[in-house]
Design a protein around this ligand. Structure first.
Ligand SMILES: [Zn+2]
Ligand SMILES: [Zn+2]
Length: 333
């Protein structure tokens, strides 16, 4: 079949664009290249704007305000506490001073009157000496015990919780909050969308895809086989752009595993090597290295598969086929 330019329907000198697979005549392929170069400039500009946005502290502004507020309130609290402690101490000192002074005054009065009447003996002198010593002792020991209680917790200190989170796309490896979303065939989803059950009596192509789309980083999703009938479920991915066809057991446009590929040696060494009810498996979508990994936790087996971008372009989504009626799979993290 001869192709024509999608712009002018011309048949002469047809070029096919590598990117979009559309055909263009000589004139329109140039126009198409110009359009791509315009888009490239726009993308460049967007990156430039984004880098400028990075200087904007707005996203931490509310934290900065809270730190400032804490500083002001804490300084106020410290100043009030200092003021009160200083006043209380001076009041206590005055009380001690006044009490000792008034005792002194009484004794002085006694001494003076005895002096004037010349009516005193060693007994009086000894008594006054002893009383003065007692007063000196009271004065010296009145602040001997520590009177500052510094175990009061009236100020809570603050600090920033730095979880050492990586902000780099390359190191972005997290458990996503994946949920089941679109289903085909007779599938029942739990209310929280974390468990999918094949509910039909006869299998009718039941499959489920995930809520999240993946284009960057590395993501792991852990599943539990809540119940498994006589056939293995399929675990893998499809491109967002292409639908899974579960009727085809070779699953074109889907990448993943119907069963764990084990060689005969391993099958002898591992007890129950196939996936069974209550087993846990992890599907890892590695967008950086364009591969997916499937891990069977009970048998500690892992398999990898490379993904071709032409066949399965980003974004990816998880795809599960439940082959036996009654099969159920849950997302656990
Ligand atoms: Zn193109
Ligand atoms: Zn044309």
């Amino acid at each position: 079949m001869k192709q024509n330019c999608i712009k002018c329907k011309n048949f002469d000198q047809i070029f096919i664009c590598d990117g979009c697979q559309q055909s263009f005549c000589n004139e329109h392929i140039n126009e198409h290249h110009e359009e791509l170069s315009r888009q490239m400039n726009d993308i460049n500009k967007d990156y430039h704007h984004f880098k400028e946005d990075l200087n904007n502290q707005e996203i931490i502004q509310s934290y900065l305000s809270r730190i400032d507020l804490w500083e002001r309130e804490s300084i106020k609290k410290i100043q009030e506490t200092t003021e009160k402690a200083r006043n209380d101490l001076l009041k206590m000192f005055d009380r001690m001073k006044n009490q000792l002074k008034s005792t002194c005054d009484k004794i002085n009065y006694d001494i003076q009157s005895k002096q004037e009447s010349k009516n005193y003996s060693e007994i009086n002198l000894n008594k006054w000496i002893e009383q003065l010593e007692q007063l000196r002792h009271i004065y010296k020991t009145s602040f001997q015990d520590d009177i500052i209680d510094d175990k009061q917790l009236s100020i809570r200190l603050i600090k920033i919780i730095d979880k050492n989170q990586s902000f780099s796309i390359e190191e972005f490896h997290t458990n996503t909050h994946e949920k089941f979303k679109k289903t085909a065939g007779e599938i029942t989803l739990s209310q929280d969308h974390l468990t999918a059950t094949c509910s039909g009596k006869n299998w009718n192509g039941s499959n489920i895809s995930g809520n999240s789309l993946y284009s960057f980083g590395i993501h792991s999703i852990r599943f539990r086989i809540t119940k498994q009938g006589k056939n293995n479920p399929f675990f893998g991915i499809t491109s967002f752009a292409k639908e899974l066809n579960p009727w085809n057991r070779k699953t074109p446009f889907a990448y993943g595993w119907w069963k764990f590929p084990l060689n005969t040696n391993e099958e002898e060494n591992i007890k129950n090597p196939t996936i069974q009810t209550d087993d846990e498996v992890t599907l890892t979508l590695d967008c950086i290295n364009s591969q997916i990994q499937f891990e069977h936790h009970r048998t500690k087996q892992s398999v990898y598969q490379s993904i071709e971008h032409e066949q399965c372009p980003f974004p990816w989504k998880i795809a599960i086929v439940l082959y036996s009626p009654g099969d159920a799979v849950s997302i656990i993290s």
